[in-house]
Design a binder for this molecule. Structure first.
Ligand code: ATP
Length: 297
């Protein structure tokens, strides 16, 4: 499923969002629906700032159908500022972990904490502002590049947007668009490639400045050529932030401090990529399989 994130911290922003959604068609409503399966607890509190970004999945059990758990007593700690790549077979439950952290779903057992606080006790706005999700494809509103990039922080200046585009490796292609920053994109706008959309998404997240990043296959919709650009931009984006990276691309897993392998509803192997490679276990096998897959592309 898709996740929605952003500083929906008051009704003004929600109205703003709905107006933009109206302008851009129905897709956004599916996004909002998905995030409404879970309700904010009465008395929920805002995550205290500054957010450090420490993420802990503590003995988490979860199944979309509770009778068929996807995660079975899973424990995973991501220290503040640490980048952890999550690997595992298709359907292992990697994206599900992201949904539990951002509260698209709640676990049936155990808990998920951000800076030591159970995410169920936090306001959804403060949680989703602190932990931003980037997915394989990015939603662009039918609006200008400028507004698309700063919609998470509408008060950002054009200079700030420009600086974010540069860090994201998007400045050059944006400058080459018919009206530069003022070019209309999204549905009925100028068509952008997967890699270009992803670089706009990176600029958008840079402006939002979340403490934690949740990357869900952020390079899978881009070709090999833009992959290198995206990986470089993502590693700039991740600097100084906590990151949980769901990927089967090893180019991205290798930028992580640590790799965790998910299998049978638990983490079965954990450690720095080099150490795991030498160990010859699950990670080493996945690395070999991915190398073969890449050779087939
Ligand atoms: P992939 O690498 O293919 O993206 P993944 O490891 O991210 O897989 P998840 O997407 O977390 O796996 O899915 C874990 C399991 O839960 C799968 O069996 C999947 O079919 C199931 N699942 C995922 N989303 C839902 C949903 N919304 N409703 C019911 N089942 C779901």
């Amino acid at each position: 499923g898709r996740y929605f994130f952003g500083p929906i911290d008051d009704l003004v922003n929600i109205n703003d969002l709905l107006q933009r959604a109206e302008a851009s068609g129905r897709r956004i409503f599916q996004v909002l629906d998905a995030s409404e399966t879970v309700q904010e607890r009465p008395g929920a509190r805002a995550l205290p700032t500054p957010v450090r970004g420490e993420i802990v999945f503590e003995d988490v059990t979860f199944g979309y159908d509770p009778a068929r758990p996807v995660l079975r007593g899973l424990t995973l700690r991501v220290a503040a500022g640490e980048r952890v790549a999550l690997l595992g077979a298709s359907g292992a439950g990697k994206s599900t972990l992201i949904g539990l952290l951002t509260r698209t779903y709640d676990p049936q057992g155990g808990r998920v904490t951000l800076d030591g606080l159970d995410v169920r006790d936090l306001t959804l706005a403060s949680l989703r502002r602190a932990a931003a999700v980037m997915q394989q494809d990015t939603f662009l509103f039918h609006d200008t590049v400028l507004e698309n990039v700063r919609y998470a922080r509408p008060e950002a200046s054009a200079q700030e947007v420009q600086a974010a585009l540069e860090v994201a490796g998007a400045a050059e292609f944006v400058a080459a668009l018919p009206q530069g920053l003022e070019t209309m994109v999204g549905e009925r706008g100028v068509r952008l490639s997967g890699g270009q959309r992803q670089r706009l998404a990176i600029a958008r997240v840079l402006l939002a400045q979340p403490a934690a990043l949740l990357l869900d296959e952020p390079t899978s919709a881009v070709d090999a050529e833009s992959e290198a650009l995206i990986v470089a931009a993502l590693s700039r984006l991740m600097r100084g932030r906590t990151a949980l990276i769901v990927t089967h691309r090893l180019s991205l897993a290798r930028v992580a401090d640590r790799v965790a392998v998910l299998e049978g509803g638990r983490i079965v192997e954990e450690g720095p990529p080099d150490v795991l490679r030498a160990r010859g276990g699950r990670y080493a096998a996945l690395e070999q399989a991915a190398t073969l897959e890449a050779a087939d592309d």
